[in-house]
Every structure is written in C-alpha cells, then in structure tokens.
Design a protein around this ligand. Structure first.
Ligand SMILES: [Zn+2]
Length: 158
C-alpha cells in the first residue's frame, strides 16, 4: 500500500467496519480498544480520519478530521468512505492483521512448522506472520471466507 493511503480510526460500535477495512489493507484503529486520550493523540499525530455515525458537540475535538457515516450497512459505509477518500485506489487485501492492525510479513519455516497443521503445510506454500500477536495467516479457508464477506458487501478482491 502506498504511503499516502488514508489512515482511519473508527468510533465505538463500528468494529465490524474496522475489520472489513483491515481486510482491505487499511491502517485502521478501533476506538473501543484505546483510551479517549490515546485516540485523540493518534488521530491528530497520525492524521487519521475519525469515522463515526453521529457528531455531538462534546465529541468535536479541535484538530481531528471527522467523517460522518450516514449508512447503516457496512458495504454502503465503505462506498461513502470511497466517495470521499478514493480508498479503492489504495487497497492491499490481506496484508494486515485483522486483530492488531499490524502489517503481516512472510513467515519463516521455523514459525510455521510447529504452528500450522501438517495438512495445511502440504497444501499451501505462502504463510504470513503477525509480529504483534503471533498469528499465522495463509491463503486457505479463512482468506476465502474473507473474500466472500468482502464480495457480499460489494468489494470483489482478487
Ligand atoms: Zn496481529
């Protein structure tokens, strides 16, 4: 993903949107996992767009870029975000850990040999590793499931 891809933070209650955006490869923080102070600091320092459903006066913090989502449906929300920020130009699917937002790297033989079922090792040759949570990803059933999910919300990823 190019370095000028927009970065985001999603408000509480939008965790499914956060996950879908991470599947597409975006750098997205989940407000529900951070303190308000850290959320504000990182939104400002890292120039993140704060996605939320509604705006109240007290939540309007100086220096934060907010984007208000009108739609209820995740697919429609992604379309709204795309209309505003052209995110379709910046997708890099399955490059990021869905749990902790870290970039994945190629797993080493050592990392996979004791942690991936033997049958999986036989069938797949590319494995990816998250340095933060030690999860291993591969192009097997869970990526197929993610593709299906993304297709269902209007993002057909190859
Ligand atoms: Zn992770």
């Amino acid at each position: 993903m190019s370095s000028d891809a927009p970065k985001f933070i999603v408000e509480r209650g939008l965790s499914p949107l956060c996950k879908a955006m991470r599947m597409l490869g975006f750098d997205v923080l989940d407000r529900s996992t951070l303190s308000l102070r850290d959320s504000l600091r990182r939104a400002i320092e890292e120039r993140r767009i704060w996605l939320r459903r509604e705006m109240d006066l007290t939540s309007n913090q100086y220096g934060v870029r907010y984007f208000i989502l009108e739609a209820e449906d995740i697919g429609d929300q992604l379309s709204e975000i795309n209309s505003a920020y052209n995110i379709a130009d910046f997708t890099n699917p399955f490059s990021r850990c869905l749990i902790c937002n870290m970039h994945l790297r190629k797993a080493t033989q050592n990392e996979i040999k004791d942690n991936v079922p033997a049958r999986t090792l036989e069938h797949f040759d590319r494995f990816y590793y998250c340095d933060s949570c030690q999860r291993i990803y591969w192009h097997g059933s869970h990526i197929l499931k993610m593709k299906k999910k993304l297709r269902a919300i209007g993002w057909d990823i190859q």
